[in-house]
Design a protein around this ligand. Structure first.
Ligand SMILES: Nc1nc2c(ncn2[C@@H]2O[C@H](COP(=O)(O)OP(=O)(O)OP(=O)(O)O)[C@@H](O)[C@H]2O)c(=O)[nH]1
Ligand SMILES: [Mg+2]
Length: 609
């Protein structure tokens, strides 16, 4: 691999482990996701301690054994049996061991993994300290050399803290880090607490992570050994989850019955019977370092893939709540628009259109010599005009004072924000998204949104002025641009007048003064008809403008503002934004790693029979 590539891959692995850790923290904040937290912690540990070193071509030696179990189960004692001498501090106080200690066989020399980020958050102690030191540290100790070949010469043995309180964040993180590293996990359970819930749950995680497991049952009476083993097989091992698709070897059970203090002090001599049995089972699971580490890595990748698939579960609740937020904002936007239509548009008369009407009627007057006719007709209609204006004045209702448009919009927006704030507050205890939105409102989200509105409004105002002008001038402009149809309309209007006059004269023939009085009435009537038609045309334009105005408000104001609000929880470096980032990044990185480390093997064609 080129240097660039190595560097790139390291950064990606580090990012992946960090993302898992971040997701774990995210889950710990939500009680119903606590179960995922353990998965994610395991995934982070596997990334740092198995996948990372393998990707960098770390040698399969040393292999790692992690000895785990409930408090006081006898883990430290089992470590001594594995090492063949008393190296670990066994202590009657349950929960004594508080940080992991690695015991290096003499045969291994100074070999120690050097991958960056190895054992993640744990710092290596430079000097020996008591096993009950309760800090995020680990220590490395040497096993004194034995006479003859050491059967576990390739293995580092880890004495681990218990997992009794592993649901809390305390020292269990240290345990998980080492379990992630392990090629074999030795699970110790004592007779009185062999079926405790928390250690058993932990065993489930270990198996799902694809670790090879050896069970050691301790402290039972010699006579009960077989019965207890059988019981454990059925009650605990029988209920293990199925693996994630990796190759998980069967789980052997070794019984170490109640040991006298003398045997405990001499594991390789007086305790040899138990020790040999334990070593045999363990070594049977580890044919060669290459095969063993290969399995650990493959299973880790399988686990990471399923962890990647499980991410959506982690985020499902968040995404549902985000959808809910989106729905609330959308509903708020619709209310906002309805309120604008009701409180402003429906009362808005667009006075500008009154001028349009007059303009159109003027345009219908005859030009040139026709002016004379128009003037005559106008003269004849004079009494009608006065009467009409007089009646109109009588009937006119005082105009309703409407609020300025900007005020109506700003008020509607403020109301929408208040209602969103109340909604978020009501849900604040149900999910972090709402808490975040509530904090946002406390920190001025409303003012920010109203400021954004003011800025958008300037744009909107410019657009609406142009639109009003264009809409009002539409009919006169069109008439002016088409002189032939205009002339036709003018003649039509004239023809109506003439026809009315002609018809009146014809039907009431026999000249008299009354008949002459009828003529102003008739031309007034025909004028009334023309004006009605013009009014209808202009009114049509007005309605169209109202609809347009609503879509203009939507386009320039309500959509951008609601979009802003919808995106608010997932922008500006918030937890939700990070969540979305991580959800995209993690599966992509895992796919890439899997492709690089375990290229899919070609499916073999079945041999023709
Ligand atoms: N009687 C008897 N005591 C044992 C046996 N095995 C271990 N012990 C004692 O039980 C106590 C706990 O054993 P440890 O090996 O320290 O257990 P552990 O699982 O490491 O415990 P923590 O580190 O405290 O979680 C110690 O005092 C041991 O000496 C046994 O077979 N019989
Ligand atoms: Mg211990």
């Amino acid at each position: 691999m080129a240097r660039m590539e190595v560097h790139d891959q390291r950064a990606k692995l580090r990012q992946l482990a960090d993302d898992f850790s971040w997701l774990e923290g995210h889950c710990l904040k939500q009680p119903e996701l606590a179960d995922h937290a353990a998965h994610l912690r395991m995934a982070a540990a596997l990334t740092r301690n198995v996948v990372g070193p393998s990707a960098e071509g770390q040698l399969p030696k040393p292999l790692f054994i992690a000895v785990v179990g409930g408090a006081g189960a006898g883990k430290s004692t089992v470590v001594n049996f594995l090492a063949g001498s008393v190296v670990a501090e066994a202590n009657p106080q349950a929960g004594y061991t508080r940080h992991p200690t690695a015991f290096l066989p003499a045969a291994l020399g100074t070999t120690w993994p050097t991958t960056l980020g190895f054992l993640g958050p744990l710092n290596r102690l430079s000097e020996a300290k008591p096993a009950d030191l309760d800090e995020d540290v680990y220590q490395v100790r040497r096993v004194p050399p034995t006479t003859g070949a050491d059967p576990l010469g390739d293995f580092v043995i880890w004495d681990c803290p218990d997992m009794t309180t592993w649901a809390s964040t305390g020292y269990v993180g240290r345990l998980m880090e080492v379990v992630g590293l392990a090629d074999v996990v030795v699970y110790v359970a004592s007779d009185e607490r062999y079926n405790d819930e928390v250690p058993t749950q932990f065993l489930h995680h270990v198996v799902r992570a694809g670790k090879a497991v050896v069970v050691v049952l301790t402290k039972m009476r010699e006579a009960d050994a077989d019965a207890l083993t059988e019981h454990f097989r059925q009650e605990v091992l029988g209920k293990l989850p199925r693996g994630e698709g990796g190759e998980i070897p069967p789980i052997p059970c070794v019984a170490i019955s109640n040991l006298s203090p003398e045997i405990r002090k001499d594991p390789a001599g007086l305790g040899a019977k138990y020790r040999v049995c334990l070593l045999n089972q363990l070594l049977a699971l580890c044919p060669t370092p290459v095969a063993t580490r290969g399995r650990t890595t493959r299973n880790a990748l399988v686990y990471l893939q399923t962890a990647g698939d499980g991410l959506l579960d982690v985020a499902r609740r968040d995404l549902t709540e985000l959808d809910l937020w989106r729905g609330l904002v959308e509903a708020g936007r619709e209310d906002f628009e309805k309120r604008y239509a009701r409180e402003f548009l429906s009362g808005e008369t667009f006075r500008r259109f009154d001028r349009t009407r007059e303009q159109v009627i003027e345009m219908l007057e005859l030009p040139g010599p026709g002016k004379l006719i128009s003037a005559t007709l106008a003269l004849l209609r004079l009494p009608y005009r006065y009467a009409r204006d007089f009646v109109a004045k009588l009937l006119a209702r005082p105009e309703m004072p409407t609020q300025p448009e900007r005020v109506v919009l700003a008020t509607a927006l403020a109301a929408m924000l208040d209602s969103l704030q109340a909604d978020a507050l009501r849900r604040a205890s149900s999910h972090p998204v709402w808490k975040q939105v509530t904090h946002g409102f406390d920190a001025g989200l409303k003012t920010q949104t109203l400021d954004a509105f003011e800025a958008l409004y300037r744009d909107y105002e410019a657009a609406e002025t142009d639109e009003l002008d264009a809409a009002a001038k539409a009919v006169p402009d069109r008439l002016a641009a088409h002189p032939v149809p205009l002339l036709f309309l003018r003649l039509l209007v004239l023809a109506i007048d003439m026809a009315a006059v002609g018809a009146t004269l014809y039907f009431t023939w026999g000249p008299s003064l009354y008949q002459l009085l009828l003529i102003p009435v008739v031309v007034s009537l025909s004028r009334q008809v023309v004006e009605l038609v013009v009014r209808q045309v202009v009114e049509f334009g007005r309605t169209r403008l109202r609809n347009h105005r609503l879509s203009l408000v939507r386009e320039k104001l309500s959509l951008p503002l609601s979009q802003r609000l919808i995106e608010w929880p997932t922008s500006g470096g918030t937890a939700m934004q990070k969540l979305q980032q991580v959800l995209l990044r993690v599966p992509a990185t895992i796919r890439e790693l899997s492709a690089r480390l375990a290229p899919p093997t070609a499916i073999k064609e079945p041999a023709p029979s």
